[in-house]
Design a protein around this ligand. Structure first.
Ligand SMILES: [Zn+2]
Length: 233
């Protein structure tokens, strides 16, 4: 009986290691697209801001991130960066990650490979000119990816990143709804989607003012998406 118990215990412990190694492996992917960091990355999460740079909304967010020592990732639209290269340079200077969100924010999933390549490469060039940095990450507009989108991004040396938590801030979602949504959905490895450029007035900034200190108090550490993904290795 004792021997049986020992054998059982050994198998139990070994199976725990097996489960652990599965979790510690590559980031969760579907169709070659990344939706989050690994759950075993510790309490690390990534704030992402799409569609900028915006002439004043982005700077306001940058100051708030500095106040709390938070590093974030900006998924930049090339055509907006053309108008405000100085803000792209500012994002880089303050230690944030610059990522590619296409040139014109068109629906890439219905485009040819050539057209997709053109959208990504043109945006890269503008970001490079503004900051000297070539983005390693790509997020298709509206998260609409296809096999071609993922393939072209990969050929251009980029990982395709979607998100774990969508705040729907662009749709003028009330501050408290954004806050509650993030509080209840966030887990280790979450990639959280916000927008620093919107045509409408949104509650993005007010929600961040509450969420950043709250999540830090909960022990979460804000890292860039590349840092989050490096935790999987
Ligand atoms: Zn977008």
């Amino acid at each position: 009986m004792k021997k049986f118990l020992y054998t059982f215990l050994i198998f139990f412990v070994l199976s725990l290691f097996a489960v652990q190694s599965v979790f510690a492996a590559a980031p969760p992917q579907k169709d070659g697209v990344i939706f989050s960091g690994s759950i075993s990355c510790g309490k690390k999460i990534a704030l992402t801001f799409d569609d900028g740079p915006h002439p004043y909304k982005t700077l306001k967010i940058l100051d708030l991130l500095d106040k709390y020592g938070v590093k974030a990732t900006f998924f930049i639209i090339g055509s907006n960066a053309e108008y405000h290269p100085e803000i792209v340079a500012e994002e880089a200077a303050r230690g944030h990650e610059l990522a590619n969100h296409s040139y014109s924010h068109a629906k890439l999933s219905v485009m040819t490979e050539e057209e997709i390549r053109g959208e990504i490469e043109l945006s890269d060039k503008i970001i490079e000119k503004a900051s000297g940095i070539t983005p390693k990450l790509f997020r298709p507009p509206e998260g609409a990816y296809s096999e071609n989108v993922v393939k072209v991004a990969s050929e251009l040396g980029k990982s395709t990143i979607i998100w774990t938590v969508d705040t729907l801030d662009w749709a003028k979602t009330p501050r408290d709804t954004i806050v509650e949504n993030v509080k209840t959905s966030v887990t280790s490895g979450s990639i959280i989607l916000f927008h620093d450029f919107t045509n409408k007035d949104t509650h993005t900034f007010e929600a961040l003012e509450i969420l950043i200190p709250y999540l830090q108090e909960q022990g979460y550490e804000f890292v860039t998406v590349s840092e989050l993904l490096a935790e999987n290795n």
